[in-house]
Ligand binder design. Structure first.
Ligand SMILES: C[S@@+](CC[C@H](N)C(=O)[O-])C[C@H]1O[C@@H](n2cnc3c(N)ncnc32)[C@H](O)[C@@H]1O
Length: 214
């Protein structure tokens, strides 16, 4: 992909038509269990990073999985913190269907979260921010619903590795600093590290994990 088309992609606006195309694409993708699996091995470091990153979560605490897909991360978060309310939100209702009922399941967009300000103790987004198109708005929304002191974890792909996988036309990958800059607008602490899948494998650079405290 040439430089101009890269720049153009980065600045793509979320028109109503594009928003509809993205939603419809994930409604259809829900039946593709190979690429959108409903479970994940809890030993995978992405799961552990989320579970550790949302801590401390007291009994009655609330955590949001934004762009939860079939809820495969949320299930493990609920197991780790059974006294917490885990809210699994996704754009596509078909994605939410396999998510178990012990999760609070909500259809909606992370660009306009259907929650009041400062109502979650923690939030996370795993490979979903990359589909939000208006990244600034999505990060703003995730931070808006966090309580002061609330924790945020974002796991997504590294822009420096762009091209390694096939992507739909709206997808964006991020440079470390790009999301840190957005997070710093709302959060008092933020950091980013490369993250691997398995404990015995060094990170290969594809995934980054951002954490922040509001
Ligand atoms: C690659 S899947 C990842 C799902 C899940 N986080 C996981 O890791 O299994 C991306 C998910 O983000 C959802 N999504 C895309 N745009 C969204 C938006 N604006 N708001 C909420 N969810 C969105 C899609 O419907 C899809 O389920």
């Amino acid at each position: 992909m040439g430089l101009l088309s890269r720049i153009f992609r980065r600045k793509a606006a979320l028109t109503p038509d594009l928003a509809d195309e993205i939603r419809r694409s994930f409604e259809e993708a829900a039946s593709d269990e190979e690429h959108f699996p409903s479970s994940i091995d809890p030993r995978i470091l992405h799961v552990r990073a989320v579970i550790e990153g949302v801590a401390p979560l007291q009994a009655g605490g609330r955590v949001l999985d934004a762009g939860c897909g079939k809820g495969r991360f949320a299930v493990h978060v609920k197991r780790a913190y059974p006294q917490a309310l885990v809210v699994a939100l996704d754009l596509a209702t078909a994605m939410l269907r396999p998510a178990p009922p012990e999760l609070g399941r909500v259809a909606g967009s992370m660009l306009e979260l259907p929650f009041p300000e400062e109502c979650f103790d923690a939030a996370y987004a795993t490979e979903s921010l990359e589909h939000a198109v208006d990244i600034e708005a999505a990060v703003g929304e995730l931070c808006r619903v966090l309580k002061p002191g609330g924790r945020l974890v974002i796991i997504d792909k590294n822009a420096r590795q762009w091209g390694r996988l096939e992507t739909p036309p709206w997808e964006k990958w991020f440079r470390e600093e790009e999301l840190l800059r957005l997070l710093r607008r709302h959060c008092r602490r933020s950091s980013c590290r490369p993250i691997s899948y398995w404990e015995d494998a060094a990170p290969d650079g594809l995934f980054l994990c951002w954490t922040a405290v509001k």
